[in-house]
Design a protein around this ligand. Structure first.
Ligand code: HEM
Ligand code: HEM
Length: 197
């Protein structure tokens, strides 16, 4: 294990990573369960609005995470990682962030090109700001489905990659993203971007 492997993400980045991962997993299952509720029934409207509302809150958390990521440099990758693996890691992280943004955004946009709009937690109705346009709805809804599928694939690859690091390379990569007992470790804020690793 080299020095870089001992470096860790900030405790805020770690908390955001795991909270968002859990919430996304739940939201994904929620989305799939929506398929079982017959269209045109009151239950469908209720649960779809709940899905939209939790999705918007998760979207805000994702924006917070991106803001944190933008202003806090991640720890350097282990020296033992060959250049192609560094490139693959960087690309997969960018794609993961892309899907995490695309999911709530496409859902929000689709909802605003449908007469239903959003009823936030079934309490407050946000009237759609767009027209009831079936084509635009289908485009954004299609993007929502595609982003969900892509996210599931990327997360599977992500988990396999971490497993390979732990079981084959034995470089302790998971510990960089694992909550630590004791006083929190925060690295100095920086103005560095996604490319800085
Ligand atoms: C934040 C993360 C989100 C995830 C992971 C997610 C995931 C999903 C999934 C997996 C489905 C089922 C897709 C399928 O059956 O193929 C779905 C459906 C749906 N989602 Fe989301 N969603 C998210 C956020 C949102 C947001 C913010 C909105 C709207 C504001 C939204 C609106 C919808 C709607 C309306 C459907 C049903 C579409 C239909 O009837 O075909 N979602 N979502
Ligand atoms: C919905 C599920 C998940 C999503 C969306 C997700 C997303 C991400 C993203 C975007 C990063 C890059 C962090 C950055 O450099 O800014 C990351 C890092 C990481 N994730 Fe996940 N993750 C998920 C689940 C998991 C799971 C289940 C594990 C454990 C097997 C895991 C372990 C890690 C580790 C160890 C890192 C740090 C990698 C490194 O040091 O370069 N993630 N994750």
């Amino acid at each position: 294990m080299d020095a870089a492997t001992h470096a860790r993400y900030t405790s805020t980045a770690i908390a955001l990573h795991w909270v968002i991962a859990l919430l996304l997993l739940g939201q994904f299952a929620f989305g799939l369960l929506l398929d079982d509720i017959p269209r045109g029934t009151p239950a469908r409207g209720y649960y779809v609005n709940l899905h939209k509302s939790t999705g918007i809150l998760i979207g805000l958390l994702i924006l917070l995470r991106l803001g944190w990521r933008w202003t806090h440099t991640p720890p350097p990758l282990p020296d033992t990682m060959p250049p192609w693996q560094r490139r693959a890691a960087r690309l997969s992280h960018v794609l993961l962030y892309g899907c995490m943004l695309a999911l709530p955004l496409s859902g929000y946009l689709a909802s605003n090109f449908s007469k239903h709009g959003i009823k936030f937690f079934n309490l407050v109705r946000w009237a759609p700001w767009g027209p009831d346009d079936k084509t635009l709805y289908a485009v954004f809804n299609g993007a929502h489905h595609l982003a969900a599928l892509l996210l599931a694939l990327l997360v599977a690859v992500h988990v396999l990659a971490v497993a390979k690091h732990m079981l084959v390379d034995r470089d302790g990569l998971l510990l960089r993203m694992w909550p630590q007992r004791g006083p929190p470790v925060e690295t100095a804020p920086s103005t560095l971007s996604m490319e800085n690793r």
